[in-house]
Design a protein around this ligand. Structure first.
Ligand code: ZN
Length: 172
């Protein structure tokens, strides 16, 4: 069941994407709490709430228009690339993450989500899927724009930004 041809499948993809986004934003918010940056922390908490809302909307839409969410197995999802787009790269999570790095990670995930929805909107022949995919991609575009404004306020730290901090000592 491709998200291009099956509304339920498309919504199941949206649910996974928003679920992972909400989790990632909570992790990033926690990282910003550790770094004493309440402004960026609050931004990430708000973004995680948006993801929760979108997830709930997608489930409701599936119940009303697609006979509920299909129970897709992990290998039945069709993501461009191997990982769902909004998840961000896990290996990028750094224990010394600065607001800049956290915002960049969030931006990467939002750009992936935007690319996913807009590619569905551009490729599907199903008008109902296209309408939703266009709506979702417009929302992701707003998230991308919002994060870019934040990044402008938190410039990239110098190359050696973590050199002087004590790295964890490996125990062996
Ligand atoms: Zn988003």
């Amino acid at each position: 069941m491709s998200p291009l041809t099956d509304l339920g499948s498309f919504l199941a993809h949206a649910v996974v994407l928003e679920d992972e986004a909400a989790t990632r934003y909570r992790e990033l918010a926690d990282a910003m709490a550790v770094h004493n940056n309440p402004d960026v922390e609050a931004l990430f908490r708000k973004m995680s709430e948006y993801s929760d809302m979108h997830r709930a909307d997608a489930i409701e839409h599936a119940e009303q228009h697609a006979g509920g969410l299909p129970d897709l197995k992990p290998w039945e999802f069709e993501w461009p690339g191997d990982e769902s787009p909004e998840s961000g790269r896990l290996e990028s999570t750094h224990y010394l993450m600065t607001p800049y790095h956290a915002l960049e990670l969030a931006l990467e995930a939002e750009e992936g989500a935007f690319a996913f929805y807009s590619s569905i909107a551009g490729q599907t022949g199903d008008p109902a899927i296209r309408e939703l995919a266009e709506e979702f991609s417009a929302e992701e575009k707003q998230h991308v724009e919002a994060l870019k404004k934040w990044i402008a306020q938190y410039p990239e730290p110098p190359e050696n930004w973590d050199d002087d901090l004590d790295p964890p000592v490996p125990v062996d």
